[in-house]
Design a protein around this ligand. Sequence first.
Ligand code: SF4
Length: 99
Amino acid sequence: MNNSKRTFMLQIIAAGVSLPLAKIAFAEYVNEKDPTAVSLGYVSDATKATNGKYKAGQHCGACMFFGGKAGDTKGPCPLFAGKEVHSAGWCSAFAAKPA
Ligand code: SF4
């Protein structure tokens, strides 16, 4: 393979790898005004939750549905496909991570 073909192939591979990473890096946060967020009472700051199901100390980072790692400030949640929730957020579907 000559250098121009090799360079072209490397560019194609790099593009294929970087596009999914860019999509992850720039995933939108859930907007509290999205219909699904409203129906679940989602707030980006759990301490501001007004939903009667909220209990002090609950937040997305402690929820079994939170897809981020420990210490992440944001992460995916299957209830909001393609978007991210704040670790400090909360919704009425909160379910504590198993101990
Ligand atoms: S299900 Fe859990 S992680 Fe998802 S928004 Fe509600 S509290 Fe946060």
